[in-house]
Structure formats: structure tokens, C-alpha cells
Design a protein around this ligand. Structure first.
Ligand SMILES: [Zn+2]
Length: 81
């Protein structure tokens, strides 16, 4: 009787997608990987996912939406009378 029983190739499962995602996430603005207050849900736009810490969340969200940040002084023209 012959046992034809191949040793199963050791197949270490690579890093899971979730783990890679976890490793890849960092604040888009300050590159913090472990912000004090953690990350909220990712800021997503079609084709991209950005993470932001609590401090930079609004800033990164503004980058994604393309909404210009309100400038304190918007084109103040000197009054020439
Ligand atoms: Zn940040």
C-alpha cells in the first residue's frame, strides 16, 4: 500500500487586505498614522480614499470637494476715488 500523499505546500496567507489598508491609512495632511483621537470614516471620492485625523478632517474634506477655503480677505481692492 502506497500512500500518495503530498505534503501540502505551506501557503502562508499574506497580509490581508484589511491589514494593508490599516497599514496604508494615515492622515493626508499631517501623515499621522495613529492620531490621538483616531480616524473617522474615510473621506472618499470616486477613485480615491483619503484618511484624515480629527484635526485635518475639514481640511482634507475641502481638498476632496474642491471647495475653496474661505479666505479672510478676498481681493480687497483699494478704493480709488
Ligand atoms: Zn492630520
Amino acid at each position: 500500500m502506497q500512500t500518495d500523499h503530498d505534503a501540502q505546500p505551506f501557503d502562508p496567507t499574506g497580509p490581508s487586505d484589511a491589514m494593508q489598508e490599516y497599514e496604508a491609512r494615515r492622515c493626508h495632511a499631517c501623515q499621522a498614522r495613529h492620531p490621538a483621537f483616531g480616524f473617522g470614516p474615510p473621506l472618499t471620492r470616486p477613485g480615491m480614499v483619503l484618511w484624515a485625523c480629527g484635526t485635518h478632517r475639514a481640511e482634507v474634506d475641502g481638498l476632496l470637494t474642491g471647495s475653496p477655503r474661505p479666505k479672510a480677505a478676498a481681493k480687497r481692492q483699494p478704493t480709488l476715488l
